[in-house]
Design a protein around this ligand. Structure first.
Ligand code: NAD
Length: 482
């Protein structure tokens, strides 16, 4: 590990070398860009074997970004969007082939969503003028950000983080999930190549080629990393919070759904299937358990069967949980079997010895709270349905099984009082009323998208502003023109 001083000295040397190489090799000069990355110790366009080398290269790139015009910064962000749109088929296939999780059609949609997250337009300076002059608040970068991404959306999360962080003037070093590292590296090469060709800066996005928990820890502790953004389960959330650095932590969820007797049941059934089946239930915001008032329970399930769901018997849904939801002996938490995470509904049914059509999107069935699928973030297209006597019981149970993550909750109701009660009781970052979970990220709902929903640290749906420092610049008794 290096000290801050040696890091700065080496980074300055690297800056000079990179600058010279860039001048020698402006777009269209036909030079090999790989050698520029080799100078920084990488394997080409942002892919590094060592954390130190990655941080140095990212620091050098960030300094150059600060010297560039805002127009160039905007162009770098556009490059990331363009590559995700241009190469969507290939990137989705590469990620699907590597992770074997989720659905290819939804991987394509997730890349489109990631390409559309907000950029520099969010960084509008604020000004206040009055008798005592003028005060301007500007949004300044942190520098190099340390990033951890989940296997469930490796390329979309990295692309979304990169757009927001670079728009805010930062560079980033990412430790992707080991099972989604190759697709993250491939996307990184393409993004950096495009950015370098457009504005002459390489390595704004850096990834570790063979990521491990150790390399994540090294990033967390590295003196050249100013801030962290960790997206994943409870382990990485705790590690980032304990790092001693400012951290945006996008942790786990277990989003409950409440359906009361006033809901539009047909619409609720379609919405629950659409949300819970999305990418085979991999989304952290995805519906994970349903509490429905018993008076409308049967109507809801009949409508779910008509809309792509397959109903399991109580015995079968309990049997599935026994087979594929395991209890951690140390923590007591329920954990889904990795073999089944993100698999298609027909694969889950087959494991139970049940043959269903490949068009079936979601398995579901009535059970009760003793079934571990209720407390577990299953990340599989199988949904436990719990019948309750009234909306108050539904809300109480929803809050219990959300585990205080304060992440996401969904409710179907036409009763404003009930919706308000749930909104207050759940106190979540994303509360979707009368729509599938994706509406909370602007998919057929209003608002912008992000792939990092930071509930433990309170940023909620992250934006470029989440990765800035608010800097105030004050002129006393002058510049007031009114
Ligand atoms: P995971 O926790 O297994 O891994 C996430 C990342 O953290 C990986 O890169 C992993 O290598 C790293 N990691 C794990 N433990 C670590 C530790 N102790 N120190 C440093 N790094 C560590 O999660 P996953 O299976 O990849 O993704 C699914 C989980 O992520 C779910 O819990 C889901 O809810 C959550 N998630 C949250 C959001 C959000 O925006 N809040 C988005 C996507 C996924």
């Amino acid at each position: 590990m290096q000290t801050a001083n040696t890091l700065i000295d080496e980074a300055m040397v690297a800056d000079v070398v990179t600058e010279v190489l860039t001048r020698l090799r402006r777009p269209g000069d036909g030079g090999s860009s790989a050698s520029a990355s080799r100078v920084d110790g990488g394997n080409g366009h942002g892919v590094f074997t060592s954390v130190d080398a990655a941080v140095q290269a990212a620091a050098s790139a960030q300094r150059r970004l600060m010297q560039a015009t805002l127009g160039d910064r905007g162009a770098a962000v556009e490059c990331i969007r363009e590559v995700m749109r241009r190469d969507r088929e290939e990137l989705a296939r590469i990620e699907f082939a590597e992770t074997r999780l989720g659905r290819l059609d939804h991987k394509l949609e997730k890349l489109d969503l990631a390409a559309g997250v907000p950029g520099m337009e969010m960084l509008r300076s604020e000004a206040v003028s009055g008798d005592h002059g003028l005060t301007v608040t500007e949004f300044a970068p942190y520098g190099v950000l340390g990033v951890v991404t989940p296997v469930t959306h490796s390329v979309p999360t990295l692309g979304c983080n990169a757009i927001m962080m670079i728009a805010a003037g930062n560079s980033l070093v990412c430790n992707p999930h080991p099972s989604g590292a190759r697709c993250a590296a491939e996307a990184t090469r393409r993004w950096n190549r495009a950015i370098r060709e457009r504005i002459g800066i390489d390595n704004l996005i850096c990834v570790i080629e063979d990521p491990t928990i150790e390399s994540a820890t090294e990033i967390f502790r590295h003196p050249g990393v100013a801030m962290l953004c960790a997206t994943g389960g409870i382990g990485v959330a705790r590690a980032a919070l304990a790092s001693g650095k400012r951290a945006v932590v996008a942790g786990p969820g277990n989003p409950p759904v409440v359906v009361d007797e006033t809901a539009d049941i047909e619409k609720a059934a379609k919405g629950i299937i659409a949300g819970a089946a999305y990418d085979n239930n991999l989304l952290c915001i995805g519906e994970k358990e349903v509490f429905v008032v018993e008076r409308v329970g049967e109507t809801l399930m009949a409508a779910m069967e008509r809309n792509g769901g397959h109903r399991l018997t109580r015995e079968d849904i309990d049997r599935f949980a026994k087979m594929f939801i395991h209890q951690d002996t140390k923590t007591g938490h329920y954990i889904p079997d990795k073999q089944m995470v993100g698999k298609d509904a027909w694969v889950l049914a087959e494991a139970l010895g049940i043959e269903v059509s490949r068009d079936v999107q979601l398995l579901f069935g009535v059970t009760d709270e003793s079934n571990p699928l209720v407390p577990c973030e299953q990340m599989m297209p199988i949904l436990p349905i719990v019948l309750v006597k009234d909306v108050d019981e539904a809300i109480e149970k929803a809050v219990t099984y959300e585990h205080g993550f304060k992440h996401t909750a969904v409710m179907w109701s036409r009763d404003v009082e009930n919706l308000t009660k749930m909104g207050r009781a759940s106190d979540v970052m994303i509360f979707v009323k009368n729509g599938p979970c994706m509406a909370g990220l602007g998919v057929r709902g209003e608002g912008y998208a992000s792939f990092s929903i930071a509930s433990p640290t309170g940023e909620g749906v992250t934006s470029p502003l989440s990765f800035t420092r608010y800097r105030r610049c004050v002129m006393v008794d002058s510049l007031r023109i009114l």
